[in-house]
Design a protein around this ligand. Structure first.
Ligand SMILES: *Cc1c(COP(=O)(O)O)cnc(C)c1O
Length: 724
C-alpha cells in the first residue's frame, strides 16, 4: 500500500521528472530484464539507441531530457505499464511469502556468499565470457526469485570481455569499449560509517586497493571489486580492466582481489556469511582469508580454522579441460600469498602445500582447484557425468577413498526460466499449466499438461518464434556484412537468408576447440548434400567467440566463415558476430534444432541446450554434460551413444559421421513428415515431450534449491523443515 501511495505522490508535483524517477528506479535493478517486460518500455523510448547500446536502459535515459522521456512514454501509451512495473518491482522486493522466508530464514542474518570471476546477467553488463558467467548470473536471479539470502561477489571489468567482429577474411577482431560504472547505474558501496567502502590486500610487493560497486539483481546484491582507483599504481589500475586478459601475474592479482578482497568487502559491510560458495577455483583464496579471520579474531588454531571453513565452504568445479584449472608458479604465489600465510602462522612452503596434490612435492605447481578442494568439504561437478569424470580426475587428491567414495558429487546446471523462456511460449504455458506454475517449475507434474497442448497451438508458437528469429538474423547478418565492406551481392543474399521454411539448425557457444564448431562442415560435399537436399533442405546458423589468445578457436571461426561465403551455402549457412546473451536468447528460442557436438566428456554440463528445450527447440547432441542425463530416447536426438576413443582423430571422424547420419536420417525426416494440414505431428509430439521432460529438471530454481538443500543449509547448520 505504501508503495502505491508513493507513486501517486510523485504524480502531484509532476513536470516530466516523474517519468525519469520511475524509469530510473526500474532500470537500476536488473529485475527489469526478467520480472517484467522492461525491454519493451526502454526500447519504446528510443528504439535505435536501445539497440545500439546493447539494450542499455541507462544509456537511453541519459540521452533524454525529463520532458522527452515523459512525452515518449505517453506517445507509446506506456505510462500505466511503467507504473505497474515499478509497483511490481516494489512488491517483489518486499519479498513476502518466498521459499527462502519459509526455509532459510536464519540466513537473513548471515547470507550465502557466492564468488565468481564472471557474471552473465544481461548483455548491457558485459562482465562474462560464456557459460560459467551465464550460470552465475542465473544463480543470482533464481536465488532472488526464491528469496534465498545470497550475496554475489565478483570483479568489475571496465573493458569487459571483448566485442567481436570478423574481418573480411573471417578472422576475429577484438574491441574493448569502456564500461563506465556510474553510467550503468552501478553504485559505490558505502561502509556502515557512511564513507565509501574500499578494500586493501597486502602482497609482498605492495598493497592492492579496490573500490566496491554494487548492482541490484532483484533481491540479491552483487558486489563488484574495481582496482581502477587512484591509490593503485597505473599498472594495477588496469588489473581488473579485462576478463581473462593479461598474463599470469595479472591473473593471480585478479584472483587475490576476488577472493581476499571479496571477503574483506563483505567484512567491511558487516556481512558474516553463513557459507561460502566458490563458483570455480578462481576465487579459492577467499577460503584462506576466511581461515585467517578465524585465527586472528577467535584465536583458532590453523587446524580448527581449516575445519571450520571447510565445513562452511562449497566448491563447484566446472570443467575437465586441464587449461581450465589455474596454476601458478611458486614465485608468483609467494609474492601474493605470503602476507596471508603469515597471518595463518605458515611459511611459504606451508601455503604452497595447500595448492598441491602431494604437499611435499616441491616441483608441483600450485593449483587453485586443489586449494578449493582442500578447503571445501562440499565439492560438486555440474552434471551426473561430470561428477564421475571429476572423481576420476582428482582421485589422487583423495587417495584414502576408493573411486566411488570420493566426496565429489554433482548438481546439474540449470537455466533461469524467466530470462530464457520466450514471451510467446510463456503465454502458451500460462494458458496450459496450473496457476502458479512458475513458482513450482521444478516439479515434474506441473509440466505434464504440456503433453495435452493441441499440436496446432504449439505449432503456431514455434512458427512465430522462428519467424521472429529469421527476421532478426537477416537484419543482423546483412548489417554485419555491410560493416565488413562485403559485396552487394553478399549483403543481398543475407537480407534473404533462410528463405522458405527449411529446417533451421543452430549452433552457438564459445569457440573452444573441444566444442568442435566446424564438425558438421568438415566435409563440404556432405554439407552440400544436407543443405541443398531438394526435398528436405537444411539451414545452419552459427555464432560464438574465441578467446583472444586461442588461435585454434579463431581458425574454427574462419572455417565457418569461409563455408558461409561458399556459393553453395550463401544465405543458407550463416555466421553471426557478437555472440552474447541477447543473441543467445534469440537463437535458443527461434531455431528448430539446437546442435551440440563437443568431444565427450569435456562438456561438463552445457546450458544453451536447456534454454532451447524450454522453448520447444529440439536438442541434437552428443551424449555429454547435461544431455547425457536429459535425453530419454524420445525428447530430442542423440549423436552416438557416448562412445569415447583414445585417438582424437578417430573420435572426431566417427562423431562427424554419426552427426550427419542423425541429421539426415532422423532429424530431417521427422521435421518434413507433414500431414494434410501441414503439421509435423511426430515432430510436435517430440517438442512437447522435450518441454515436459526437461523443463522441470534443467531450470535454475531447481539448481539453486538443490544447492540450498544439499549444501547451503547444512553448511550453515540450518535444518530444512520440510522437503519443499
Ligand atoms: C547460455 C550461454 C552460454 C553457455 O552455453 P553452452 O551450451 O554451455 O556453451 C554461453 N554464452 C552465452 C552468451 C549464453 O547465453
Amino acid at each position: 500500500m505504501q508503495a502505491m501511495k508513493r507513486i501517486d505522490d510523485e504524480a502531484i508535483h509532476d513536470d516530466g521528472g516523474r517519468a525519469r524517477v520511475l524509469l530510473t528506479e526500474l532500470a537500476d535493478n536488473l529485475w527489469w530484464c526478467w520480472g517484467v517486460d522492461g525491454a519493451a518500455i526502454f526500447r519504446a523510448l528510443d528504439p535505435e539507441r536501445f539497440e545500439a547500446t546493447g539494450h542499455d536502459p541507462h544509456a537511453v535515459l541519459a540521452a533524454l531530457s525529463d520532458a522527452e522521456a515523459q512525452a515518449r512514454l505517453e506517445a507509446a501509451g506506456l505510462t500505466t505499464t511503467l507504473d505497474e512495473a515499478v509497483r511490481a518491482l516494489r512488491t517483489y522486493l518486499a519479498g513476502a511469502g518466498t521459499w527462502g522466508r519459509r526455509h532459510a530464514g536464519l540466513l537473513h542474518h548471515a547470507p550465502i556468499a557466492y564468488f565468481s570471476a564472471e557474471f552473465g546477467l544481461h548483455e548491457s553488463l558485459p562482465i562474462y565470457s560464456g557459460g560459467l558467467g551465464v550460470l552465475a548470473g542465473d544463480h543470482l536471479k533464481s536465488a532472488s526469485d526464491l528469496g534465498l539470502p545470497l550475496i554475489g561477489v565478483g570483479l568489475l571489468y571496465r573493458e569487459g570481455y571483448f566485442q567481436q567482429t570478423l574481418d573480411d577474411e573471417g578472422w576475429q577482431q577484438q574491441a574493448y569499449p569502456a564500461l563506465e560504472p556510474e553510467a550503468k547505474g552501478l553504485r559505490r558501496v558505502c561502509a556502515p560509517d557512511g564513507s565509501w567502502l574500499q578494500v586493501q590486500v597486502e602482497t609482498q610487493t605492495g598493497v592492492l586497493h579496490a573500490a566496491v560497486w554494487e548492482q541490484a539483481v532483484g533481491r540479491v546484491r552483487l558486489l563488484l571489486l574495481d582496482a581502477d582507483v587512484p591509490e593503485n599504481t597505473p599498472a594495477d589500475r588496469a588489473l581488473t580492466h579485462r576478463l581473462y586478459g593479461g598474463d599470469e601475474r595479472t591473473r593471480i592479482r585478479q584472483e587475490l582481489l576476488l577472493g581476499v578482497g571479496g571477503m574483506r568487502a563483505l567484512d567491511g559491510l558487516g556481512v558474516r556469511p553463513a557459507a561460502l560458495h566458490l563458483n570455480e577455483g578462481h576465487s579459492a583464496f577467499a577460503a584462506l582469508e576466511a581461515m585467517a579471520q578465524h585465527v586472528e579474531r577467535e584465536g583458532m588454531s590453523l587446524a580448527e580454522a581449516r575445519e571450520e571453513v571447510a565445513n562452511r565452504t562449497l566448491f563447484t568445479t566446472h570443467t575437465p579441460v586441464p587449461a581450465g584449472h589455474d596454476r601458478f608458479g611458486p614465485d608468483l604465489l609467494v609474492e601474493h600469498l605470503l602476507p596471508l600465510a603469515q597471518r595463518l602462522g605458515l611459511d611459504a612452503e606451508g601455503v604452497l602445500a595447500f595448492g598441491r596434490v602431494r604437499p611435499e612435492c616441491r616441483d608441483e605447481t600450485f593449483c587453485m582447484t586443489v586449494l578449493a578442494m582442500k578447503l571445501a568439504h562440499r565439492v560438486n561437478g555440474v552434471s551426473f557425468l561430470h561428477g564421475r569424470v571429476s572423481r576420476e580426475m582428482w582421485a589422487s587428491l583423495y587417495a584414502e577413498h576408493p573411486l566411488h567414495r570420493i566426496p565429489i558429487g554433482h548438481v546439474t546446471n540449470g537455466v533461469h526460466l524467466p530470462t530464457f523462456l520466450a514471451p510467446r511460449m510463456a503465454r502458451l504455458l500460462d494458458a496450459s499449466l496450473p496457476a502458479g506454475w512458475r513458482e513450482r517449475q521444478d516439479e515434474p507434474e506441473i509440466w505434464e499438461p504440456v503433453l495435452q497442448i493441441p499440436d496446432e497451438a504449439i505449432h503456431e508458437v514455434r512458427e512465430g518464434l522462428k519467424r521472429d528469429l529469421v527476421h532478426h538474423l537477416r537484419e543482423l547478418a546483412a548489417r554485419q556484412a555491410r560493416g565488413r565492406g562485403e559485396a552487394a551481392s553478399v549483403v543481398r543474399a543475407l537480407e534473404h537468408a533462410f528463405e522458405g521454411d527449411a529446417l533451421l539448425v543452430g549452433f552457438a557457444r564459445r569457440f573452444a576447440t573441444y566444442k568442435r564448431a566446424s564438425l558438421v562442415l568438415e566435409d563440404l560435399e556432405v554439407l552440400d548434400a544436407l543443405v541443398n537436399d531438394p526435398a528436405r533442405p537444411m539451414r545452419f546458423v552459427f555464432a560464438g567467440k574465441a578467446h583472444p589468445r586461442d588461435e585454434g578457436g579463431k581458425r574454427l571461426l574462419q572455417k565457418v566463415f569461409r563455408a558461409s561465403r561458399d556459393p553453395r551455402f550463401l544465405g543458407k549457412v550463416v555466421l553471426l558476430e557478437g555472440y552474447d546473451l541477447s543473441l543467445g536468447r534469440a537463437l535458443t528460442r527461434g531455431v528448430d534444432v539446437w546442435l551440440n557436438n563437443p568431444r565427450r566428456p569435456l562438456e561438463a554440463s552445457g546450458t544453451s541446450g536447456q534454454k532451447a528445450a524450454m522453448n520447444g527447440v529440439l536438442n541434437c547432441s552428443i551424449l555429454d554434460g547435461w544431455w547425457a542425463e536429459g535425453f530419454d530416447g524420445d525428447n530430442g536426438f542423440a549423436i552416438g551413444r557416448g562412445e569415447v576413443h583414445r585417438d582424437l582423430k578417430l573420435q572426431d571422424a566417427r562423431d562427424q559421421e554419426e552427426l550427419v547420419r542423425v541429421l539426415r536420417e532422423e532429424v530431417a525426416p521427422l521435421y518434413y513428415d507433414r500431414d494434410a494440414s501441414g503439421l509435423a505431428r511426430g515432430w510436435l509430439r517430440r517438442v512437447k515431450r522435450a518441454m515436459a521432460t526437461l523443463g522441470w529438471r534443467f531450470n535454475a530454481d531447481r539448481m539453486v534449491r538443490d544447492y540450498a538443500k544439499g549444501g547451503y543449509l547444512p553448511a550453515a547448520g540450518v535444518q530444512l523443515s520440510e522437503p519443499r
